[in-house]
Design a protein around this ligand. Structure first.
Ligand SMILES: NC(=O)c1ccc[n+]([C@@H]2O[C@H](COP(=O)([O-])OP(=O)(O)OC[C@H]3O[C@@H](n4cnc5c(N)ncnc54)[C@H](OP(=O)(O)O)[C@@H]3O)[C@@H](O)[C@H]2O)c1
Length: 307
């Protein structure tokens, strides 16, 4: 039973829907909505109070692309939390491959950097008692139907992972969708590495699956955005059974933190070639995910960017 839960990117999409579902579970006493924008967070809080009839939501201002913002938010948490959902992220804004002051791409900053700081700080300050879930993606093991190849690194050394984080790996003409798959791959490796280091916690990666009703496609380059929003999502994907509704995507996160049969260190997502339906251990599809050296190298590479 998770009495208190913190969700990043909780003002919309999967984060907000997860907050709604969790508030309706008996025993949930507090849900922290960790958001970067106060007015969006207040709007979400009001709407969640209305839809659930519960007044258990508290806003935490946190920009997960900014380690300082994350540290300051953790310092302000007066009580430990039982569960953490690291959901914020997506396509990294309008210039996803631009490098931030931390030396990482905006895409990496929004999806991973601050979450690594967040988990590190919570563990260090003994402010996480049970479970943390990272919002992964099937892109991390490749999605043929979306033209996303399985990540293909030559050595999987720390130095090579560094080039994925600072963008050098991708060169000039980068497709943000492809970079996104690599970044979610690194994040899944990082979570598995942390799971081995922290046996008292349950640390998992779970993909929500291809989920409609969120804003994740809005930042894609125009051509891709039109293709995904108006052709892939509403027409092609439903015909192939490759997309599900927001409730189902968020339910995967809720199950992940409430059901102990989700094993620490594992990345759960859809079966091979699918983006919906039951979740399985992704290392049965992409064995690199199970390689403890790759996991530790990815973790070490990420920590090179954290002071
Ligand atoms: N939808 C899918 O099909 C799908 C599939 C696989 C994985 N995912 C993953 O699921 C997660 C949620 O995606 P979604 O579909 O719900 O997208 P979404 O509707 O775009 O929601 C993303 C949330 O993250 C927040 N966010 C983005 N950057 C942030 C930052 N730097 N600091 C704090 N909050 C930030 C956004 O806040 P603002 O409103 O302030 O921008 C928003 O609340 C993402 O990690 C995404 O990669 C989604």
């Amino acid at each position: 039973m998770n009495k208190s839960i913190l969700i990043t990117g909780a003002n919309g999409g999967l984060g907000k829907e997860s907050a709604r579902q969790l508030a309706l579970i008996d025993g949930t006493e507090k849900i922290y909505l960790a958001c970067r924008n106060l007015s969006k967070a207040e709007e979400a809080k009001q709407s969640l109070e209305k839809s659930t009839g519960r007044t258990i939501f508290e806003i935490v201002i946190m920009d997960v692309s900014d380690p300082a913002s994350v540290r300051s938010a953790v310092a302000k948490l007066s009580q430990p939390i039982d569960a953490l959902i690291m959901n914020a992220g997506g396509m990294g804004g309008k210039s996803p491959m631009d490098v931030t002051s931390n030396g990482v791409t905006s895409l990496f900053a929004a999806n991973v950097l601050g979450h690594v700081v967040l988990l590190d700080e919570l563990i260090k300050e003994k402010k996480l008692t049970k479970v943390a879930l990272y919002a992964g993606s099937e892109g991390a093991r490749g999605v043929e139907d979306m033209g996303m190849n399985q990540p293909d690194l030559k050595t999987s050394s720390v130095d090579e992972f560094v080039t994925v984080i600072d963008g050098a790996f991708f060169g000039e003409a980068t497709d943000p969708m492809e970079a996104y798959g690599y970044i979610k791959y690194l994040a899944a490796l990082w979570m598995s590495s942390e799971a081995r280091k922290n046996p008292d916690l349950r640390l998992i990666t779970v993909s929500p699956g291809f989920t409609s009703g969120t804003a994740v496609m809005n930042d894609l380059p125009l051509g891709k955005k039109l293709m995904f929003k108006y052709i892939m999502m509403p027409i092609v994907a439903p015909l192939k059974g490759l997309v599900h509704k927001l409730e189902k995507g968020a339910k995967r996160f809720v199950d992940g933190i409430t059901d102990d049969s989700f094993k620490s260190g594992v990345f759960y997502a859809s079966k091979a070639k699918l983006l919906t339906g039951p979740v399985i251990d992704q290392s049965t599809i992409f064995s690199n995910l199970n390689n403890s050296s790759y996991q530790d190298n990815a973790n070490a590479a990420i920590h090179r960017f954290i002071q």
